[in-house]
Design a protein around this ligand. Structure first.
Ligand SMILES: Cc1ncc(COP(=O)(O)O)c(C=O)c1O
Length: 456
């Protein structure tokens, strides 16, 4: 074994990894990257088909983003953000407000996706305290939702393999059935996800009834609803109808509970819009959580955007004890803010959102081809995110058992075909950098097809 890998296994505990597997199947030592390709120490390349955990946007080694970080490094690498500020953060906050939906006017920075959600949860909770509505303490989430790995964010996520062991630590939340059309909670047979059953009329989003009933009964105890707009990402890249989002947003308004939109995964063009919530006109979240693609995947940064209404409930004389006491050491790191500003500039200069529109039909068409393969139960996609749900039996939709590790098998075969098909259980997905070129996309699709076909 390579000496670096020996050292890795001696000293490092990797995330989301059963380290015992690493003896037989060690991590891949990546030396460099360019565009959508990663290169390992043996000179092999891999298509970064999952955007380096959903954060790379414009490709690796982008000259403009690198230059911005280097330039910032020459003047200020970091400073505490309480009592001090800096221009990269000010410029970025202004820019984020200008491109965000609804009535968001204030930016609270932090440093990763989970913290951006923690901030939203805590702000929502404290808002109600600050205005004297102390009974509003609970959160509502979807049972396939995922919002992070901290105790707070796990408490408002669905409960499954990732977090079950910690469930005794969670604070209580309400979980409602997800709009998971392939496995419809209302037992309807049609899929209302796009690209499927086009002739059928869309369902009436009957699954929203659980949320509505809950709000009717409990809204005076509920602080906020938290949702990933359009795609429940870690829950299985579950693309859901925009009507659900619209109805949920309207219910939040009607029942006087906050709407937290978690765009940590879906933000920054992944779904073909800058923010996935733009699929619904005039959506107005109380909180918008951003991270991952915010810096195009170059440096850690997160932001929680909120409204003047929320902000004003905290704006008071010090002795009133309405201050939001929350912060992280690397909050609004200047290098990260510079990377984020450069990324937004690249969006403009390279017309990224227009350019991806030209290749998305090719992607969606390519995804449709998987549908006929024997082990493929469902195919779903939006923008440059596409997922294939593998099943043991197409007719009954029976899942592969956990022990069968079908996802791992796909992952291994994917690597041999220069792909990173890191699965979510039985769900294999592509989460593509927005800079992918037509020929790369076709090649990645062909290779993925060969991998899935080989399973049969
Ligand atoms: C929707 C969503 N929210 C929050 C998070 C947590 O982000 P992080 O891993 O940066 O803490 C993730 C991570 O995958 C996510 O997909």
């Amino acid at each position: 074994m390579d000496k670096w890998l020996k050292n890795d296994l001696e000293f490092i505990w990797h995330p989301y990894t059963q380290m015992k597997d690493c003896g037989r199947f060690p991590p891949i030592l990546i030396k460099r990257a360019k565009g959508i390709k990663l290169y390992d120490s043996q000179g092999n390349f891999y298509y970064d088909t999952i955007s380096s955990w959903w954060c790379n946007v414009h490709g690796h080694n982008h000259p403009q983003i690198k230059a911005a970080i280097k330039k910032q490094l020459d003047s200020l690498e970091h400073v505490l953000f309480a009592g001090f500020t800096h221009t990269p953060a000010i410029l970025l906050a202004r820019k984020l407000i200008s491109i965000s939906p609804g009535k968001l006017t204030k930016v609270f920075f932090s440093d990763n996706g989970s913290t951006s959600v923690e901030v939203a949860l805590k702000m929502s909770f404290q808002y109600w305290r600050n205005i004297g509505e102390i009974k509003k303490t609970k959160f509502v989430t979807l049972d396939y939702g995922y919002h992070g790995d901290t105790i707070g964010t796990m408490s408002v996520s669905g409960v499954g393999l990732f977090n079950q062991v910690f469930s005794p630590l969670f604070f209580p939340s309400f979980r409602v059935p997800s709009p998971y059309c392939y496995r419809c909670p209302m037992d309807k047979s049609r899929s209302c996800a796009q690209g499927r059953d086009k002739d059928e009329t869309p369902c009436d989003i009957d699954c929203i009834a659980s949320l509505e009933n809950l709000l009717e009964q409990k809204s005076e105890t509920i602080s906020a609803i938290i949702l990933e707009p359009m795609v429940m990402a870690a829950g299985g890249m579950i693309v859901y109808p925009k009507e659900y989002l619209l109805k949920a947003a309207n219910l939040a308004k009607k029942f006087n509970v906050h709407l937290i939109l978690d765009e940590v995964a879906t933000g920054f063009g992944r779904t073909a819009k800058m923010f996935a919530c733009e699929y619904v006109n005039n959506v107005a979240p109380d909180f918008l959580c951003l991270s991952k693609g915010l810096t195009a995947g170059y440096l850690p940064l997160a932001a929680t955007l909120t409204t003047d209404k929320i902000y004003k409930a905290f704006y008071a004389d010090y002795k009133e004890k309405k201050t939001f006491y929350h912060g992280h050491t690397y909050t609004a790191n200047p290098l990260s803010c510079s990377a984020a500003l450069a990324s937004l500039e690249v969006f403009k200069e390279e017309k990224t959102l227009n350019e991806i529109k030209k290749i998305i039909p090719l992607f969606h068409c390519g995804m449709e081809k998987f549908r006929d393969l024997p082990l493929v139960g469902d195919v779903r996609y939006i923008g440059l995110i596409g997922a294939i749900e593998l099943v043991k039996d197409k007719l009954t939709k029976k899942r592969f058992a956990f022990e069968e590790r079908i996802g791992l098998e796909v992952y291994k075969r994917g690597l041999k075909k220069n792909l990173i098909l890191r699965p979510l259980g039985n769900i294999i997905y592509l989460f593509l950098p927005l800079c992918i070129k037509r020929n790369e996309l076709q090649d990645a699709l062909d290779r993925t097809y060969a991998v899935i076909k080989s399973l049969t």
